[in-house]
Structures are given as C-alpha cells and as structure tokens.
Design a protein around this ligand. Structure first.
Ligand SMILES: Cc1ncc(COP(=O)(O)O)c(C=O)c1O
Length: 570
C-alpha cells in the first residue's frame, strides 16, 4: 500500500515527467532530423575517427587487396611501375622540388598524405610521386617546373572562373590604379565605393563588408545572425563545407567542443519541421554546392575506398527546397544565409540567388570575386548587417581585420566587377546550363562507348567523377588522368572545376585525354572486381581489417608471406 508520502513523491515524479515531455519530444524531433550517416552526427564521427588505426598494405596486398588473380596482379604491377617511371621521367624537377619543400611547408605534407585511401598511401608516396609546384599559367593550361603543360581541371579551388589570363589582367590593372596609395590601411581608397555599389546591385542587398577569406565572411555572417536574433543555435546541412572556422565545422578536423551547431538533413521535411517548431535557431547556412551531392561531404579521393560515390544535380528540386527554407525562415525570424563563397558568379551573374530564384538575408562571396587576390565578402539587409544596438551602446558584434579592404584587393575586385559587365563575359553566361550539361554528356557518351566504368556528374562546370564498379582501386584514376596531362587538385577526381574560358577545341582535347586515361586504366586491370562484389561488401571487408588492426593484438609484419598482412601504428 502507498503511504501518503510516497504518493506525494509519485505525483511529483509524474508531474516532472509530464513537464519534461515537450522538451524530450523536441529533442527527439531534432535527432530524427539528423542525417542517418556518420557525417550527420558530428560528435560521433569525431569519436569514431579517433579510433581508426593506420593500416598500410604491404607490397603484395597493395595490388591484390580485392583478391585479384595472379595475372591481374601482374598486370597492375607492370602498369604501376610504368606510371611511376613515366612520372619520374616527365617531372623530375617538379618532384624533387616538392620533396624539398614538403618538410618545411606543412600544407604540402598534409595534402600529399591525403590524396588517396590511407591503406595505399605508403607505397604510392614512395614510388609514384607527383609534383605540387607550377611556374606558369596560360589559357586553360599550367606549366610545371619541367616545362610540361597540363590542362587545368583544378580551378584553383573555384577561384578560376574566367581563365587565368583574366585574373592576371585584373591584378595588373588593379595594382596600377592604386599604386599611388600603396598598402595604406584604415582609410579606404575611393574606388571602394564602386565595389560596394556593384555588389549591392548584384546581391540585391543593402550593405557589404569586406574580409580576407571566405572563412571570415561566414564567421561574421553567423555572429551577426546570433547577435540580432539573440539566439544561439546554427543550423548547417550534413556534409556542407563553410570554411575552417570551428563554429561551422563541428565534425572531423576540429577538436573544439561545439555545442551550438545542429547538423541536419538537407531536403528533408523533418528539418523544415524542426525549423518551424524550435525557438533557439539563429540562422540556417546553405552551401548551394551541396545540390550536386545533398547530405554528402565534398567528395575527395582520400575517401574513395569503393565505387560508392554518388552525385546528381536536380536544379528544380533544389530550388523548391530553397523556397521552402526561405518560407520557414521568414515565418520564424531565422536568418537565411547563402554561402556563395564557392559558387558565387559561377552559376549566374547574380549567383545562387538568381540561379535558384530565392533571396537570402545574408550572402557570403569570396574566391573569384577578389579578381585573383584573397577575399571574403558579406552582404546583407541593413537590419542584419548592423554591428551595434542603438539602445545598448556596449552590446555589439565585433568584426575587424587588419587587411580588410586592402587597396590592392579592392582594385583587383573592381577590375573583376567591371569586366563582369563586359559583353564578352556576359556572353559566357548565355545557355550556361545547356553548354556544360552537353559537355558532360558528350564525355559520358565517349566513356560509355569505351566501356570504361566511369562517368561524370556536373553542376554547370563543377564536376565529380563517379565509378560504376565497386573497385578498391578507383582512386588510381587520378594518376592516369595526371599522366595524360590533366592537372587535378589534391582531392583528385572528387572535384573537377573547369573554367568558363574552355573553348570547344580545348575541351575536346580534355575529352580525348580523359577517355585515354580511362581506357588505359581499364586495360591495366585495376577495374577487375570479384564476382558478386558490391560497395557494401567492400566496405565490410575494410571494416573487418580495421577492427582486426585495432583490436586484433598489435602489430603484424607488413612483409608477412600470407599477403594479407597489415601494419598497425599506435
Ligand atoms: C562554401 C565555402 N564557404 C567558405 C569557404 C572558405 O573560404 P576560404 O577558403 O577563402 O576561407 C569555402 C572554401 O572552399 C567554401 O567552399
């Protein structure tokens, strides 16, 4: 029998449970709006990443990790040696120079280490070296230290939209215009006024602030959103990159505890519901590049462990999603931020806002807008750009930066903006989708005709290479492309960025080289796959290897004769 005291406790507990129910329910809804992949769970992904052991394939397993028969393994070995010898012969000075700077320039060691899945890294770094230095650009090509010209598919991380000669001319003309002032900071060069006017017109927003990188522009956008809404939470979408400030990088690569970011599923009703029902969300950040691969991180060859890379761009579906986001953000007083640092000016002269027909409250630009020099730009409505409150003079949103509005950058930007209005550049925007879709289609048709299990997906001129076979060796394709004189960035075939000055003739040459590379790789046996293999079975095998290496009792000899050995690093 219940005593009266226990009855009181029971009632109190019941009342507490009822009171907590709405909060628990909202928490559950938030969890359900997360993407089910590991990338959708920032904290978990960090924890898992910290446990992944280093595994390095020995010489035999490097060629036979998929259980290929001896004749295929022999074919691969010969091909690998041939590629390595060709690279040594073709680029001795570039490779030697890169090796020399690698141990003083942290970035070089980092990028060279993360080009391919880590199991293959040691063998490739030892034998198949590539250079990371170039001496000249011209048209759509780059020249390395050995005098080789390659077609550039790296796009300088997206900066190179109109061709390197365009930016060289912006820099030269810009520098001449501000030479009298020089590097004076604090007061502005008068040409800043024209930049502000032009960017306001392009973005359709009231105010502009200049920063030194896209990362900083994003940082300021988020800070302003938090300041004006007096709310703390920031919504990002799974996989989206917004620069390397830890406030928008809650997952891998950052050890700081991030408690104010919700990483939610893009193009999801559940996300819209969370935005419509919570009261703590300051802003939603959108990187429109995600339209090419919603909810997946930027594809790089370091994670190309099988053929599971997916991408498909649906302009109408993404535009609809942005309209829905716009509506819920307006209704709930949430600041909608378009991060156009990467794509700004590539999809349309007026950027993603124009291309998708949706307006944001704050927009960040960067990369190409600097006319070839470093830049980050934030534009926004007057309401959101203000950095102080009239009625609370000590409550502000601080933003500075020594080199903000540097005269040389402002002048180079002005040259960019002036040229943007020229008939030649305006002409590059005509039929943009049709032109680039046709180019991608033509390449895919040639690849299919060659029987190569590889094709490209594109969002205008940003491409990613997709693989039709669940091969462990798809990452090798980047070396075949390079050998054909196609320059890639360190993320390899995950992201190809073509500049809009590619003529049909230049492009036709790229297609020839691309197809040759695929044909050679096919002939060399790398795309042999065991009967019945699937991407899932490949991932399961890798997982088993990692678990064995992590918990299987320490170090195994890489030279073991079983051919299945792994080396474990603590
Ligand atoms: C969408 C987006 N936002 C922000 C950034 C960061 O810009 P930055 O590298 O200039 O700091 C990048 C860089 O790639 C980006 O793609």
């Amino acid at each position: 029998m219940l005593t009266s005291t226990s009855l009181v406790w029971l009632l109190l507990a019941l009342a507490a449970a009822v009171a907590l129910l709405p909060a628990a329910w909202r928490r559950l809804e938030l969890s359900r709006a997360k993407h089910p992949s590991i990338a959708g769970h920032a904290k978990l992904s960090r924890r898992i990443a910290a446990q992944v052991p280093f595994v390095s394939y020995d010489e035999h397993k490097f060629f036979a990790c998929d259980g290929a028969p001896d004749e295929i393994v022999a074919q691969r070995r010969i091909a690998f040696d041939r590629l390595a010898a060709a690279s040594r012969q073709r680029t001795p000075a570039s490779v030697a120079f890169t090796a020399e700077i690698e141990h003083g320039l942290s970035d070089v060691l980092f990028t060279d280490t993360y080009r391919i899945p880590f199991q293959f890294r040691e063998h490739v770094r030892r034998h198949l070296k590539i250079g990371s230095v170039v001496a000249e650009s011209r048209g759509t090509q780059l020249r390395d230290l050995d005098g080789n010209w390659s077609y550039d598919l790296s796009g300088s991380y997206g900066v190179n939209l109109f061709g390197y000669d365009f930016y060289k001319s912006c820099i030269a003309a810009g520098a001449a215009r501000v030479a009298d002032l020089g590097p004076v900071l604090g007061p502005y060069h008068p040409l800043i006024r024209d930049n502000v006017a032009r960017i306001k017109a392009i973005s359709g927003l009231d105010e502009v602030s200049f920063h030194m990188s896209g990362t900083e522009a994003v940082m300021q956008a988020v800070r302003l959103a938090q300041f004006h809404t007096r709310r703390q939470r920031v919504v990002l979408f799974c996989g989206a990159y917004h620069g390397w400030w830890d406030g928008v990088q809650p997952g891998l690569g950052n050890r700081r505890k991030i408690n104010d970011v919700y990483t939610l599923t893009e193009m999801s009703e559940r996300t819209l519901h969370v935005l419509a029902t919570r009261n703590d969300i300051a802003c939603v950040l959108v990187n429109p590049l995600q339209a090419l691969h919603p909810n997946s991180p930027a594809p790089g060859d370091t994670s190309l462990i099988d053929g599971g890379r997916a991408a498909a761009f649906d302009r109408a579906a993404y535009a609809e999603w942005l309209r829905e986001l716009r509506q819920v953000c307006t209704e709930r007083g949430i600041v909608l931020i378009f991060d156009e640092v990467f794509l700004g000016f590539r999809l349309a002269r007026g950027g993603a806002q124009e291309y998708f027909g949706v307006r944001a409250d704050l927009v960040t630009y960067g990369k190409t807008l600097g006319g070839g020099l470093p830049i980050g730009v934030l534009c926004g409505t007057r309401e959101y750009m203000k950095r102080f409150r009239d009625d609370r003079p000590t409550d502000g949103c601080f933003a500075r930066g020594t080199f903000n509005s540097h005269p040389y950058v402002m002048a180079t930007m002005n040259e960019f903006l002036l040229r943007l209005d020229s008939p030649e550049i305006r002409a590059t925007y005509v039929d943009l989708d049709a032109r680039w879709n046709e180019r991608a289609r033509a390449l895919n048709a040639r690849l299919a005709a060659a029987g190569a299990p590889v094709r490209v997906a594109n969002m205008v001129s940003v491409w990613t290479v997709l693989y039709d076979r669940p091969s462990r060796y798809n990452w090798m394709f980047q070396y075949y492309l390079r050998a054909e004189g196609l320059a890639l960035s360190w993320v390899g075939t995950g992201r190809l960025i073509l500049s809009h000055n590619y003529s049909d003739a230049d492009y036709a040459e790229v297609v020839e080289r691309f197809v040759h590379a695929a044909e050679k790789m096919l002939r060399d046996g790398w795309w042999w796959t065991p009967a019945g293999a699937t991407n899932k079975s490949v991932r399961r095998t890798i997982l088993r290897e990692l678990v064995r290496a992590r918990f299987g009792g320490g170090r195994r000899d890489a030279q073991a004769t079983t051919g299945t050995a792994v080396t474990e690093r603590p």
